[in-house]
Design a protein around this ligand. Structure first.
Ligand SMILES: Cc1cc2nc3c(=O)[nH]c(=O)nc-3n(C[C@H](O)[C@H](O)[C@H](O)COP(=O)(O)O)c2cc1C
Length: 223
């Protein structure tokens, strides 16, 4: 696949077929993605790849915490967008479009809760990649590098017909991952990526997210 075509084809997949993804394919994806650039070639990333029974246990434990009302949280700084800012409006636009596709009413608390739960079970993906970084590193700077490897994983996955969804939700109960996947306290759990073969019949997978017009976010000088 042509690079530009691949970048444009990547989209977040929020329902996967149950077909497993082989360790060989996941290994090739990660090995390719590690070609991502990083500051001074520091490569501040490590991967914990979950599948089979372990992934199922993580999904169930996440859902149990969610059902018990435990407040989810991230191990890295997350921003809150100011109400009515452009960022806020984009988030609202995304939610509206997903709920429209999924036929979830504004006041339908039960369906909304079911939708939220999907994220905590990695959208039924047969595999999930958790990206962690050593806590001896500063918190913020490696995030640039981790973002590069994260996107490269998603692009490389397309080569194998796989879909992905980058997910904060998948790591918002870090204690679950520490307990079940044995991720030590010395590692910061940053982000997860659900990986699997897309279920194209699922309405939310038909989403076409929009982007701000380039002219609104670009300053040209010297052209
Ligand atoms: C850092 C990060 C965290 C994300 N976390 C979630 C998440 O928890 N749940 C979810 O459904 N999508 C999540 N997404 C996916 C975004 O919603 C998605 O990338 C965005 O809406 C643009 O859509 P696209 O990926 O289909 O182009 C996340 C994306 C990023 C980059």
């Amino acid at each position: 696949m042509d690079i530009v075509e691949a970048i444009k084809a990547r989209k977040s997949i929020r329902k996967f077929k149950s077909d497993p993804v082989s360790k060989t394919v996941l290994t090739e994806i990660l090995a390719t993605a590690c070609r991502a650039p990083s500051a001074m070639n520091s490569q501040p990333w490590e991967f914990v790849v979950l599948g089979g029974e372990i992934l199922e246990k993580v999904k169930q434990a996440n859902l149990a915490k969610l059902a018990a009302g435990e407040i989810p949280g991230s191990e890295h700084t997350v921003v809150g967008w100011q109400r009515d800012s452009a960022y806020w409006n984009r988030q609202v636009g995304l939610a509206k479009e997903l709920f429209r596709l999924m036929d979830i009413g504004r006041e339908d608390k039960e369906k909304r809760a079911q939708w939220t739960a999907r994220g905590f079970r990695y959208f039924d993906a047969p595999a999930a990649i958790v990206i962690v970084s050593d806590k001896s590193l500063a918190e913020v700077a490696p995030l640039l590098d981790l973002g590069a490897v994260m996107q490269t994983i998603c692009l490389a996955a397309l080569n194998y017909g796989l879909g992905t969804c980058i997910e904060d939700q998948g790591v918002m109960y870090p204690s679950v991952l520490r307990e079940i996947a044995g991720i030590p306290e010395s590692k910061r759990i940053v982000i997860s990526i659900a990986v699997g073969y897309p279920d194209w019949d699922f309405p939310a997978n038909r989403i076409e997210t929009t982007r701000e017009l380039l002219e609104n976010i670009t300053t040209w000088l010297g052209f």
